[in-house]
Ligand binder design. Structure first.
Ligand code: AMP
Ligand code: MG
Length: 332
């Protein structure tokens, strides 16, 4: 199969609609990361996502719809606060998990009676979803466990030959996946942190909690148990209070002739001496640059030495959730 990368225009939109209706896969940009889309009402189409990614079959998918799509045709809205959240944050990087009406196929939610839905805000995602005008199941457009893609080139590098079309919308601005929020409960529960934070949700509806404990998170959101986001180079993660150890490890790797880089944010640059992939200053900037830099690292490094991110923002939690999984293999 020949994988095409096309800018979004009348031709590529028409082509993508034809592919989706033919139960094929289309990768498309969103404001978080690139998604790998399939028609959510077709079991045959959704299965192709799992095959192309090598995704475990118990890791449910998020359904994406355009901003005028009637979400209540797919799910039950059980609590009054949900409307407020929809008004405040949609379209945007907030996925909500509802009780499903069973309209999309079972494979999407891996047999759970819930359905995760997101309305992405990026112009390109909206154009694609409006043109197709159907619920689109879409995980990140990478091979399972690898770093999520934030450019069409990243998607191509992982899925070349496995999918027909990548819609190109440049670099994704948000840079990490959406917040996943369970709204089937009295109090909304964060299953995966993202750019929409607990505090932001509390400001709108007065209540929000993080799922507590690993087993609760895994039970409610099976995908969270898998390793994720790993670049194809050796990695190590150091905390802020072990910067000297990080420097020693760096020096040791360089001595062994390994191409070595630090991955860190502005605030710690002055404490380190060596090659740096700089994530930037603010938490939103760091999130936006995170996967891009992890994927740069695998081109230029043998060893990537990541440093804990602590800017004082609540988004640090989401960044560290991704970074500690990406560099899990060698936490120092
Ligand atoms: P990905 O699409 O790879 O970014 O991952 C989707 C995330 O959403 C995973 O963490 C899933 O566990 C979670 N998710 C998707 N559908 C559901 C659902 N019905 N209930 C709980 N979590 C879900
Ligand atoms: Mg993913």
């Amino acid at each position: 199969m020949n994988t095409k990368i096309l800018k979004i225009d009348d031709y590529s939109l028409k082509y993508s609609k034809n592919l989706i209706e033919a139960k094929e896969l289309v990768a498309f940009p969103t404001e978080t990361v690139y998604g790998l889309g399939a028609l959510a009402t077709s079991d045959e189409a959704v299965k192709k996502i799992y095959e192309a990614k090598g995704r475990p079959s118990d890791n449910p998918l998020i359904v994406h719809v355009h901003k005028n799509y009637d979400i209540s045709s797919l799910v039950f809205i059980e609590h009054g606060y949900v409307k407020k959240l929809q008004e405040a944050f949609l379209p945007g990087p907030l996925t909500m998990v509802y009780k499903s009406k069973g309209v999309v196929c079972n494979t999407v939610s891996c047999g759970l009676d819930t359905l995760a839905i997101r309305v992405p805000s990026s112009k390109e995602a909206q154009m694609f979803l409006e043109y197709v005008d159907a619920p689109i199941a879409a995980p990140s457009a990478n091979v399972s466990k690898h770093t999520s893609p934030v450019t069409s080139e990243h998607v191509f590098n992982d899925l070349n030959g496995k999918i027909n079309l990548i819609l190109d919308g440049g670099k994704c601005e948000g840079g990490i996946e959406s917040t996943v929020l369970d709204v089937t409960t009295e109090t909304p529960i964060i299953l995966r942190s993202g750019l929409i934070t607990c505090q932001m949700i509390k400001e709108v509806v007065g209540k929000c909690e993080y799922a507590s404990g690993v087993s609760e998170i895994v039970n409610r959101s099976p995908g969270t148990k898998y390793s994720h986001y790993m670049p194809k180079c050796q990695t190590a993660l150091f905390t802020l209070d072990s910067l000297q150890d990080a420097q020693n490890y760096y020096d040791e790797c360089v001595k062994q002739g390994k191409r070595t880089y630090f991955l860190c944010y502005d605030g710690v640059l002055k404490y380190l001496n060596g090659n740096v992939l700089n994530l930037g200053k603010t938490a939103t900037e760091i999130a936006s640059n995170l996967y891009f830099n992890l994927l740069e690292a695998e081109k230029i490094c043998d060893v990537l030495i990541a440093i804990e991110v602590k800017t004082g923002s609540e988004i640090d939690v989401s960044i560290m959730n991704r970074l500690s999984k990406a560099c899990k293999s060698a936490i120092k």
